[in-house]
Write a protein that binds this ligand. Structure first.
Ligand code: NAP
Length: 277
C-alpha cells in the first residue's frame, strides 16, 4: 500500500521534511536558496503530498522557502508543522511549551506559510519542558476548537506521553525518530500500528548516515540495484501500513532515490538482515 489516511486525507507514505532547507544544523539561510526551493518542488513533482516542517527551522527560513517554492499550494498537499520548541542561541533546541507560547507558534506558522488553517500540528515533547504535557497538548486542542488547526499530533513521545495526550484530545499522528540505526521506542510504533494511528518516522536516513556510498546498507542496496537511501526508506515502509517517512534533502537530484522506495518490494532475507543489524 503506497498510501495511508492522515489528518483526513489520503496521502502517499513517502513525505518530505524541510529541515535541510535552512542553513547548516537548520540555522539561518541556506547557501543556495534557489536550489533549496528546487528540492521542494522536485518533491511535489515526484508525487510527495506530505511535507513536515516547523517555524523553528531557521527559524522561519524553512517555512518561508517552502511557501515561496509552492504557493499556491497544490490542493491535495498536507503540510504538517510542529511547535513546542525554539532555537537556543547555541544552535540547539529548547522547550517552548507553555500554552501561550504554543499558541503563538501556531499563529507564526500560519503567517509564515500563508494559510488560514493548518491541517496538522504536532506538539513536540521536549524533556527540558517544565510545563505539564497535558497543558501543551491542550493548547493545541483549544486552537483546533477555534478553527486555527484541524488535527493535533504529537512528536518525540513515549508510550506514557502518548496515553496522556490521548486523554486530553484525539491524536491524529505520532512523529518519532525511527530508522535502521535507531529502533528505540518500538513500543510506541507498535502501539500506533495496533491503534491504526499514523506514525511519521522522522530522520529516516539517520540524518544522512544511512544514505550514500558509505552507508552500512550500501552493499545490500547494490545487490538489489537500488541506492542505500531507497533501501533505508523501503525498510521503514515495510514495517507497518501506518508508517510514513519524511526524509529531508536540499538536493533536487536526490528526490528520485527517495520516492523510489515505494516501488521496492523488500526480499524477506534482506528484511531479516536489516532487522538483525
Ligand atoms: N519531530 C522532530 O523532533 C524532528 C527531528 C528531526 C527531524 N524531523 C523531521 O525529519 C525530517 C528528516 O530529518 P533530517 O533531514 O534531519 O534527516 P534525514 O532525512 O534522515 O537525512 C537527511 C540527510 O540525508 C541526505 N540525503 C537525502 N537524500 C539522499 C540521497 N538520495 N542520497 C544521499 N544523501 C541523501 C541529505 O543530504 P542532501 O541535502 O545532500 O540530500 C541530508 O544530509 C526533517 O526535515 C524534519 O522534517 C523531525
Amino acid at each position: 500500500m503506497h498510501t495511508f489516511t492522515l489528518a483526513g486525507r489520503t496521502v502517499r507514505r513517502i513525505g518530505y521534511g524541510t529541515m535541510q532547507l535552512a542553513g547548516p544544523k537548520a540555522m539561518g539561510e541556506p547557501a543556495d536558496p534557489e536550489r533549496a526551493k528546487a528540492a521542494v518542488r522536485a518533491a511535489v513533482d515526484a508525487g510527495v503530498r506530505l511535507i513536515d516542517t516547523s517555524g523553528y527551522y531557521g527559524p522561519e527560513v524553512a517555512n518561508r522557502l517552502l511557501a515561496e517554492a509552492l504557493r499556491p499550494y497544490p490542493e491535495d498537499l498536507l503540510i504538517a508543522t510542529k511547535v513546542g520548541a525554539r532555537r537556543s542561541p547555541d544552535g540547539g533546541f529548547v522547550a517552548d511549551a507553555a500554552p501561550e507560547a504554543v499558541k503563538a507558534a501556531v499563529r507564526e506558522n500560519l503567517a509564515q506559510l500563508g494559510v488560514e488553517r493548518l491541517p496538522l500540528v504536532h506538539a513536540r515533547f521536549m524533556p527540558d519542558s517544565t510545563v505539564p504535557w497535558a497543558d501543551t497538548v491542550g493548547a493545541l486542542a483549544e486552537l483546533r476548537d477555534e478553527g486555527l488547526l484541524e488535527h493535533v499530533g504529537i512528536s518525540n513521545v513515549t508510550l506514557e506521553l502518548l496515553d496522556q495526550a490521548r486523554a486530553v484530545a484525539p491524536i491524529a499522528s505520532v512523529e518519532n525518530e525511527y530508522h535502521v540505526g535507531h529502533t528505540g521506542g518500538r513500543d510506541v510504533l507498535d502501539a500506533t500500528t495496533a491503534a491504526g494511528l499514523p506514525y511519521l518516522a522522522f530522520r529516516p536516513l539517520g540524518n544522512g548516515a544511512l544514505a550514500g556510498e558509505n552507508s552500512p546498507l550500501a552493499k545490500q542496496a547494490r545487490q538489489l540495484g537500488v541506492s542505500a537511501a531507497t533501501l533505508a526508506l523501503a525498510w521503514l515502509l515495510d514495517l507497518a501500513p501506518n508508517v510514513a517517512v519524511i526524509p529531508g534533502t536540499s538536493n533536487p537530484a536526490h528526490l528520485a532515490d527517495l520516492v523510489a522506495a515505494r516501488e521496492l518490494a523488500l526480499p524477506s532475507d534482506v528484511r531479516a538482515a536489516l532487522d538483525e543489524a
